[in-house]
Write a protein that binds this ligand. Structure first.
Ligand code: NAG
Ligand code: NAG
Ligand code: NAG
Ligand code: NAG
Length: 489
């Protein structure tokens, strides 16, 4: 009997959730500039996809770029009208470069499946992600273009080729300038021939060139980079390129690509900025204030449809990114886990006005997010004369939990030595879903219900991981269903 009740309450929850979604109005949708966001899934604790989709809609954002084609995530976008870019990760490229049948299967199972009336508005398939990044040492050089061709051909054969285009999101490091000005723009020598073939293919198929542009990285990677040139407020360095003035690195970088495309024989190829944004922690220039400055300047130009000197008008862009992801590799830097315009729990971090008017207002946060218990794991100061195991324990905690807020210039860099230890212990404890055994550390740790946050340094309480919960629910309903079936036999 209890099985039935369980099933019914599950159905009720679903009905209740969909009713909720239709009632909530989309605020400000009319005035928000036409924008996309990147929605990555590398967080240890995920919100429900439906929660994230609602948050995207509540803020008037119209386009979503994904890094995979996870069926649960993509399905959650059905019926929303949001324009979607699904993706194939780099490590899958070799699968599709070799066998056309694999590409056909993939399109059938990951794209066609969603293309029913009222389904998902898929517009692009991203084949790989920045596959020609210099740090990949050419690993994806042979597979990327054949995979692109096979996926587009499979889309064409499925009758979707007119509506859905395959493309490759590329890092701006695929091109460079011969004279440090946009007019010197050309594709990188080691991939020049390949890039010329790719852009011709994109052009023939009416597909866009997708490029990721990061003014933050220009500043991060070069101590002498002129600070103001990373933003849009002018006042700093400017570049004079044959009479055209460039006052910010974004425009200069974008137009370097325009020149490179011209030299490759496709001057009118459509460009989409696949990623642009500013992180809020993990470096001295990664702060909420500077992120706010960057986005305000950027969005104001978007609202005015200013474009760049060579491509005036509306620019197609996807902000990077929607939510912080605590499982991302920090090889590029500690800031990698802090690109979100929302925190890990879908709460806004700083004022950002998506209408481009520069008003001091916050985004609409995620609704109905469930948190774990309000408790923290901290260093027990009574054990301050038994600290010989602490350094190793701290390293271990930080290797699994995210300690990137502790570094130089980051939000928790001012903690004392005990604060540092507590931070590491808590991040590990929260990562382990507050398992009491994860708050021991050779007896030097203790639980507390007193908020351990200080000043700008947030000691987070994790959210209930929707990923795990859904797996659990699916598993439980499968088991229950089998039991019911058995009972009837
Ligand atoms: C995408 O398609 C492949 C078949 O080609 C399938 O094995 C896979 O499960 C699909 N991926 C997702 C995330 O649904
Ligand atoms: C690329 O080469 C460098 C240096 O040889 C190496 O450290 C790195 O791991 C390589 N990266 C990949 C993705 O193979
Ligand atoms: C806390 O940890 C950070 C990062 O490891 C370090 O830079 C800082 O010096 C530490 N503070 C103290 C007081 O040990
Ligand atoms: C703990 O305090 C910080 C402010 O210091 C606050 O932002 C945060 O919401 C508090 N956490 C909880 C779970 O109440």
């Amino acid at each position: 009997m209890w099985c039935w009740r369980w099933m019914i309450s599950c159905v009720c929850i679903n009905l209740w959730v969909s009713a909720g979604i239709t009632i909530i109005k989309t605020s400000n949708a009319a005035e928000v500039v036409n924008l996309g966001v990147n929605w990555g899934g590398m967080a240890s604790h995920q919100m429900l996809p439906s929660t994230v989709v609602q948050m995207i809609k509540d803020n008037g954002i119209k386009k979503v770029k994904l890094f995979e084609s996870d069926s649960w995530t993509v399905s959650s976008l059905a019926g929303t009208g949001l324009e979607v870019m699904v993706a194939i990760p780099n490590d899958k490229l070799s699968r599709f470069s070799g066998k056309f049948d694999h590409a056909k299967d993939w399109v059938k199972n990951n794209v066609s499946k969603h293309m029913y009336d009222g389904g998902v508005n898929i517009k692009y398939v991203a084949v790989g992600n920045e596959p020609f990044l210099k740090s990949y040492n050419g690993s994806f050089m042979k597979t990327t273009f054949p995979a692109l061709q096979n996926i587009q051909k499979a889309l064409d054969e499925a009758g979707l080729g007119d509506k859905i285009k395959a493309t490759i999101p590329l890092n701006a490091d695929v091109y460079e300038s011969a004279n440090d000005k946009p007019s010197g723009g050309k594709f990188r020598d080691d991939i020049k021939d390949l890039m010329h073939q790719i852009v011709k293919f994109l052009h023939d198929n009416k597909a866009p060139f997708v490029v990721n542009i990061y003014p933050f990285l220009s500043l991060y990677q070069n101590q002498n980079f002129p600070f103001d040139f990373a933003f849009f407020d002018g006042g700093g360095k400017s570049i004079n390129d044959n009479g055209v003035q460039y006052t910010n690195v974004f425009d200069a970088n974008y137009d370097t690509l325009v020149y490179a495309l011209k030299k490759a024989g496709v001057p009118d190829l459509k460009i989409i900025v696949g990623e642009v944004g500013w992180p809020t922690d993990g470096d001295k220039n990664a702060t909420p204030d500077l992120a706010k400055k960057f986005y305000n300047g950027f969005l104001k130009r978007m609202a005015n449809k200013k474009g760049t000197p060579l491509r005036p008008g509306h620019l197609d862009v996807y902000l990077f990114s929607l939510i912080d992801e605590d499982q991302k590799s920090i090889a590029p830097g500690d800031f990698e886990r802090h690109w979100g315009i929302f925190r890990y729990d879908g709460q806004p971090k700083f004022p950002i006005d998506l209408t481009g008017q520069g008003h001091e207002k916050y985004l609409v946060g995620a609704k109905g997010v469930e948190y774990l218990t309000k408790q923290w794991c901290v260093f027990n100061k009574e054990k301050s004369n038994e600290m010989n195991t602490v350094p190793d324990d701290m390293n271990y905690a930080c290797s699994l939990g995210d300690c990137t807020a502790l570094g130089y210039g980051s939000s928790c860099n001012n903690l004392d030595v005990y604060g540092n230890i507590s931070y590491a212990f808590n991040m590990y404890f929260q990562m382990q879903d507050q398992d009491v055994q994860a708050c021991d550390f050779h007896g030097t740790a203790k639980l507390t219900t007193e908020n351990a946050s200080t000043g700008s340094c947030l000691f987070p309480v994790q959210i209930v991981n929707a990923g795990e919960r859904m797996e659990f629910m699916t598993l439980t309903s499968t088991v229950l269903l089998s039991l019911i079936v058995l009972a009837f036999l």
